[in-house]
Design a protein around this ligand. Structure first.
Ligand code: GAR
Length: 202
């Protein structure tokens, strides 16, 4: 992939969709290089991320999933693969996507999936990362964007942004700072990927 080609991009999310919103806003302002966001999909019907896509007139859909499990069933994951394949995506962005993807999916979209995580990896992998960093009393946390492989939150790091935690800060203020950092870092990385400034893995 180089800067001359359209980078067809799909966003997957499960929640509020503020990162998807940041990407769609940046896209509207032509700040994403050659990125074209072709679809937004969620494992949660009625999620904010789908509503944000709607408000930007971007194709979006709930795709079937069992809400009681951390993973998609094999059958559901196949359905996701089939649905996403139709778009021929160059890049899939996990933006607050809370399902763990498994090998068939990761193989099919090999080296084209990135994830945003609300800590400075490899610290605080997994869930409730901002809260755990806060409770641990670290003075610098942040966010990380990384390539996705089968090692949960363990793929190669693309970019990070630091966030300070100062004496007297509340969890709420730290959370807001981490989200603000995410909303700056993610569009920047996506733009750079689309222009070949950040290379895709071989
Ligand atoms: C973001 O903070 C993202 O880093 C985190 O979920 C939030 C989604 O917010 N992702 C993870 O924790 C992945 N394990 P959003 O729906 O407003 O973009």
């Amino acid at each position: 992939l180089n800067g001359y080609k359209h980078m067809k991009t799909i966003i997957l999310g499960s929640g509020k969709g503020s990162n998807a919103g940041a990407l769609l806003d940046a896209s509207s302002q032509n700040l994403l290089g050659s990125t074209e966001i072709v679809g937004v999909f969620s494992d949660v019907a009625e999620s904010g991320v789908l509503k944000i896509a709607d408000s930007h007139n971007i194709e979006n859909d709930y795709l079937r999933s069992d809400s009681s499990s951390a993973k998609l069933t094999g059958e559901d994951e196949q359905l996701w693969m089939d649905s996403l394949s139709e778009y021929n995506p160059d890049l899939i962005i996990l933006a607050g996507f809370m399902k763990i993807l498994q090998d068939p999916f990761l193989k099919k979209f090999h080296n084209s999936i990135i994830n945003i995580h609300p800590s400075l990896l490899p610290s605080f992998k997994g869930l409730r990362s901002i809260e755990r960093a806060f409770d641990m009393g670290v003075r610098i946390t942040g966010c990380t964007i990384h390539w996705v492989n089968s090692d949960l939150d363990g793929g190669k790091i693309i970019a990070q942004a630091p966030v300070r935690i100062m004496e007297g800060d509340s969890l709420e203020i730290v959370t807001a700072r981490v989200h603000a950092a995410e909303h700056m870092l993610l569009p920047w990385v996506v733009s750079d990927l689309s222009q070949g400034i950040i290379p895709f893995p071989k």
